[in-house]
Design a protein around this ligand. Structure first.
Ligand code: NAD
Length: 409
């Protein structure tokens, strides 16, 4: 099964419970537009690097397409398609006036110099500038991209369309970005985890967490959960994992990662493998790296009693079935990691208004939106006796389907 098929499996599971016509179902599944471009750049060595860039625009019934750009060797058309459709459902779950898109470049950013990354980003925007824009399609960061990449995008886009900071979100705060955007996904993750634990009559304080992936999302999630009193007992990145039953000192780990750019070599715990981190005895497991982590076998091996999906698409349908059968609740990606796109929305609004909001306002509004969405989805799941994932898809499909019908074909 491929990633797009997996997303559509979840779509179908929810659509069956809704009163949707076959026509609307087909319209909702099929992406509106798929762009694939060659992105050649001169490498520092003088050789030509030939990369492929993608942008899939899935649906814009509720507003402009919105979604991140990923730089990773596994980026391909199918992955972009799957992630684009997830964005359509995610923006609808938290009721933002956006549709869904996703894209990226098939490359290993770790092996590119800063100059190469800049040339790659600018060339990509040169190729797709007419398909994006503040009222068309608004990219944002994802795996392998950051605020600097977004700044290059804004600057390159301006060469074609003039000053338009709302053409991309996740920019540096000093360059038309929003306070709180960088940490927004991790902050939201911690809020949603707190709410879920409260439903289970538990608190973050005294709960143990393992986090796979220690990039933007994983590291901020760890920091906020630790601030709430949570005990982070295991973390991993692409190069290894570290565990400490007494709780990892996150501030100490952040200082180490700031210098060495990886967890390996951190002295505040014992080294372990990525695989054993996923199956360690822990209360809450948070996948915050790649998609496609939990298949049937891995889901059976998991010992955690709650999964909160920070990554997009970490659970295959057969893994999801195992979690349902084992009674392990999963807070799905479209809800759990929606804090990033919520604050991207605030950044877009600020850019359009040319008016800045303070951090307190942003975090307050982010929390309010996520808590409302979480309670809505939980209540729906309870009422219909379905999983949180199915409830989230049901809510999103109803909203997008309604907009499609109202707008007309
Ligand atoms: P990032 O590039 O900042 O960090 C990714 C982390 O995952 C790195 O620490 C990397 O070393 C690690 N990693 C990669 N392969 C791994 C492996 N096999 N095992 C363990 N760790 C591994 O990316 P990010 O922005 O933090 O995104 C992480 C996930 O969260 C992605 O699935 C992304 O789609 C999703 N997401 C990101 C945002 C956002 O605002 N950045 C928003 C919503 C969802």
């Amino acid at each position: 099964m491929q990633a797009f098929e997996a997303t559509n499996y979840y779509f179908e599971q929810a659509a069956r419970l809704l009163d949707l016509t076959e026509n609307i179902r087909t319209l909702l599944v099929t992406p509106d537009r798929e762009v694939r471009v060659e992105v050649p750049i001169e490498l520092d060595s003088g050789r030509i690097g030939n990369f492929i860039g993608y942008r899939v625009q899935h649906d814009n019934s509720r507003g402009p397409y919105k979604g991140g750009l990923r730089y990773h060797p596994a980026v391909d058309q199918d992955e972009a398609r799957s992630l684009a459709s997830l964005m359509t459902w995610k923006t609808a779950v938290v009721d933002l006036p956006f549709g869904g898109a996703k894209g990226g470049i098939n490359c290993d950013p770790g092996k590119l110099s800063r100059g190469e990354l800049e040339r790659l980003t600018r060339k990509f925007i040169e190729k797709i500038h007419d398909t994006i824009g503040p009222h068309k399609d608004i990219p944002a960061p994802d795996m392998g991209t950051d605020a600097q990449v977004m700044a290059w995008i804004m600057n390159e886009y301006a060469k074609y369309a003039g000053f338009a900071p709302a053409c991309v979100t996740g920019k540096p705060v000093e360059f038309h970005g929003s306070a709180g955007r960088e940490a927004a996904t991790g902050f939201g993750l911690a809020i949603v985890t707190r709410e879920m634990l409260a439903r289970l009559q538990r608190t973050v304080a005294g709960t143990t967490f393992a986090i796979q992936g220690y990039g933007n999302v994983g590291s901020h999630t760890a920091r906020f959960l630790a601030q709430m009193g949570g005990k982070i007992v295991g973390v991993s990145d692409a190069y290894g994992a570290v565990v400490n039953r007494e709780g990892i000192d996150i501030a100490d780990l952040d200082r180490h990662v700031a210098v060495s750019h990886k967890i390996a070599g951190f002295k505040g715990g014992d080294t372990t493998t990525n695989e054993s981190l996923l199956t360690m005895a822990v209360d809450v497991l948070i996948p915050a790296a790649l998609g496609g982590i939990f298949d049937r076998e891995m889901a059976q091996a998991v010992q955690a009693s709650l999964i909160v999906e920070a990554a997009n698409g970490p659970t295959w349908p057969d893994g999801d079935e195992v979690f349902v059968t084992r009674g392990i609740p999963v807070v799905p990606d479209v809800l759990a990691n929606a804090g990033g796109v919520v604050v991207s929305y605030f950044e877009w609004v600020q850019n359009l208004q040319h008016f800045r909001w303070p951090l307190e306002q942003i975090q307050r509004e982010e929390e309010k939106r996520l808590v409302e969405a979480f309670r809505d989805i939980c209540d729906l799941a309870q009422r219909r006796s379905v999983s949180l994932r199915t409830a989230a898809f049901m809510k999103a499909i109803s909203r997008v389907g309604r907009a499609k019908v109202l707008g007309g074909i």
